[in-house]
Write a protein that binds this ligand. Structure first.
Ligand SMILES: [Ca+2]
Ligand SMILES: [Ca+2]
Ligand SMILES: [Ca+2]
Length: 459
C-alpha cells in the first residue's frame, strides 16, 4: 500500500472523504493515452483532486527518454494539479521532452494548477489542438534551464492566470513560450515575469499568429517579447515594462485585429508597428520616459482619451519614432480623441501635404511661447511656435508625404500662394516676423526675406 492509499484508508476509517487529499499518479510509459490506467504508476487514471505528473525522470520512470501523452479524458471536476516536466538530473546529452497533446474535440481538461516546468535541456510542453482546457493558474519555466511551451492550434483555453517565468542564474539557458496559431484563449492575467534571484533577465515570448486571444491584463516584462501576426487579440490593459538598456522589451504588431483598451510603456521598451499594419486604437496611452519608444512606420495610433500635452511630452522625449524624413504629428480627430501618426514636418492639419493651410496655422500662432501643439504650428515639440518651426514647414512646403522631401523648395512655396490675398498675407507675416525677430535674429530674417523676395515683388 503506497502512502496515498494508506492516507485514504485512514481517512475512510475516520469517516472523512478521501477525495480531498488526492493522489499523485505519475506517467510511466513513453507514449500512450491518458485514459488507460496501466499508463500510470497508480494503475488508475488521475481523478478529480489528484496531482498528476508527467515527468520523464519521475521515480517510477524506467529510464531517460521522452513522454508523449494523448490527453483524451473528459473531466467534470478539476484535477488539483498537472505537472509536465523533465526533471533536473536528466541527461544533458539529448533534448528530452515531456509533452501532453490534446486533440479530441470532446476532451476536457480541468485543473486547478498547470505547471509546465523546464530543466536541464528538456522541456515540458502542452499542445491544445482541440477540445477544452480550463486551468485556474498556469506557470511556465519554473526551473532555470530548458524550455516550457504552451502551444494552442485549436480548441478553447481558459485560465485565471498564466505566468511565463524567465530569468536565470549562471549558465542557465532556455526559452519560455506561449504560442497560439488557432482556437480561442480567454485569460484574466497573462504575464511574463523574472524568476526571483535571477542574475540575468530571461526571454519569455508570447507569439500570436492565429486564433483569438482575450486577455484582461497582459503584462510583458523585461527582455520579453510579444508578437501579433494574423491573430485577433483583445486586451484590457497592456503593460510593456522594459528593463535596462540591454534588456529591451519588444512588442510587435504586424497584422491582425488588435484591440487594446489601455497601453502603458515603461523602461526600455519598444512598441513596433510593422509597415502596413494600419491603425491601432486605444482608450489611453502612456509612455513613461525617453527609454520607451513607439516606432510608427506608416501607421497611426488613435487614443480615444487623448491628451495633447501628454503627446507633446512624449515627442519631446523622442518616444515617437517616425521613418526617415518624417516626424510624428498629432491631431484632435473627434471629441477627446487624438490621432498620432508620422507625416511631413510642417503638416499642421495632418492631411499629409504641407501647404498654405498649414502655413496659416503657423502664422496665426507665430512667436507664441508655451502651450503650443503640432496643429498650432509647433513641429519640434518645444511648446513654442517660432522660426525653428517656420523653417521646418518651409523646407517641406508644397510637398506631400507620398514624395520624398527635398530641402527648402522655395520656388514651390511662392508658386503655391494665391493672388492677391496670399501675397498680402505673406507680407503681413513678413512684417510680423520683422518686428519680432529684427533684433535677435537679424541674419536669419534676412535669409527669409531674400527667399520670399519673389512674393514681395508681386505686391
Ligand atoms: Ca524576462
Ligand atoms: Ca497639411
Ligand atoms: Ca516649436
Amino acid at each position: 500500500m503506497n502512502r496515498n492509499a494508506l492516507y485514504r484508508a485512514c481517512l475512510v476509517s475516520l469517516g472523512l472523504s478521501p477525495v480531498a487529499l488526492g493522489a499523485d499518479p505519475s506517467w510511466v510509459i513513453p507514449t500512450g493515452s491518458w485514459t488507460i490506467p496501466a499508463n500510470w504508476n497508480t494503475a488508475s487514471v488521475p481523478a478529480a483532486g489528484d496531482n498528476a505528473i508527467i515527468d520523464v525522470k519521475a521515480p517510477v520512470w524506467g529510464g531517460y527518454g521522452n513522454a508523449t501523452v494523448n490527453f483524451d479524458a473528459q473531466y467534470t471536476s478539476p484535477l488539483a494539479s498537472l505537472k509536465i516536466v523533465v526533471s533536473e538530473g536528466q541527461s544533458i546529452a539529448t533534448h528530452n521532452f515531456a509533452h501532453v497533446i490534446q486533440t479530441d474535440p470532446t476532451s476536457i481538461l480541468l485543473v486547478d494548477y498547470l505547471n509546465l516546468a523546464r530543466s536541464s535541456r528538456g522541456h515540458g510542453q502542452y499542445t491544445l489542438n482541440g477540445g477544452a482546457a480550463s486551468v485556474g493558474s498556469m506557470t511556465m519555466g519554473e526551473n532555470t534551464r530548458g524550455g516550457s511551451v504552451w502551444e494552442q492550434n485549436g480548441g478553447t483555453f481558459t485560465a485565471q492566470t498564466a505566468s511565463l517565468i524567465g530569468g536565470f542564474t549562471g549558465s542557465g539557458l532556455g526559452s519560455v513560450m506561449f504560442a497560439q496559431t488557432g482556437g480561442v484563449s480567454t485569460i484574466d492575467h497573462l504575464e511574463t515575469v523574472e524568476r526571483a534571484g535571477s542574475t540575468f533577465p530571461g526571454v519569455a515570448t508570447v507569439q500570436l499568429s492565429g486564433g483569438v486571444l482575450n486577455v484582461t491584463n497582459l503584462d510583458i516584462g523585461s527582455k520579453d517579447v510579444l508578437t501579433v501576426n494574423g491573430a485577433m487579440m483583445n486586451v484590457g490593459s497592456l503593460a510593456i515594462a522594459g528593463g535596462g538598456s540591454n534588456d529591451i522589451t519588444n512588442v510587435t504588431f504586424t497584422t491582425g485585429d488588435i484591440a487594446v483598451d489601455h497601453i502603458a510603456m515603461t523602461g526600455f521598451s519598444v512598441l513596433l508597428l510593422s509597415p502596413g499594419f494600419g491603425e491601432l486604437r486605444t482608450e489611453t496611452l502612456t509612455v513613461g520616459s525617453g527609454s520607451s519608444k513607439i516606432s510608427f512606420n506608416d501607421n497611426s495610433v488613435v487614443v480615444d482619451d487623448g491628451d495633447l500635452e501628454a503627446v507633446r511630452l512624449m515627442g519631446r522625449q523622442s518616444s515617437l519614432v517616425a521613418p526617415a524624413g518624417r516626424r510624428v504629428g498629432y491631431w484632435i480627430v473627434e471629441a477627446g480623441a487624438v490621432r498620432i501618426a508620422p507625416t511631413l514636418s510642417g503638416d499642421a492639419d495632418g492631411n499629409a501635404t504641407v501647404n498654405l493651410v498649414d502655413f496659416n496655422a503657423l502664422a496665426s500662432n507665430f512667436n507664441t511661447m508655451g502651450g503650443m501643439h503640432w496643429s498650432d504650428g509647433d513641429f519640434d515639440y518645444d511648446g513654442n511656435v517660432n522660426l525653428v518651426d517656420f523653417n521646418e514647414l518651409a523646407a517641406n512646403f508644397n510637398l506631400s508625404a507620398s514624395t520624398d522631401p527635398t530641402p527648402e523648395d522655395w520656388s514651390n512655396l511662392t508658386a503655391a500662394i494665391p493672388e492677391p490675398s496670399g501675397a498680402t498675407f505673406m507680407t503681413v507675416l513678413l512684417f510680423s516676423l520683422r518686428n519680432h525677430w529684427h533684433r535677435r535674429c537679424r541674419q536669419s530674417f534676412g535669409q527669409i526675406e531674400n527667399r520670399f523676395a519673389p512674393v514681395i515683388r508681386q505686391i
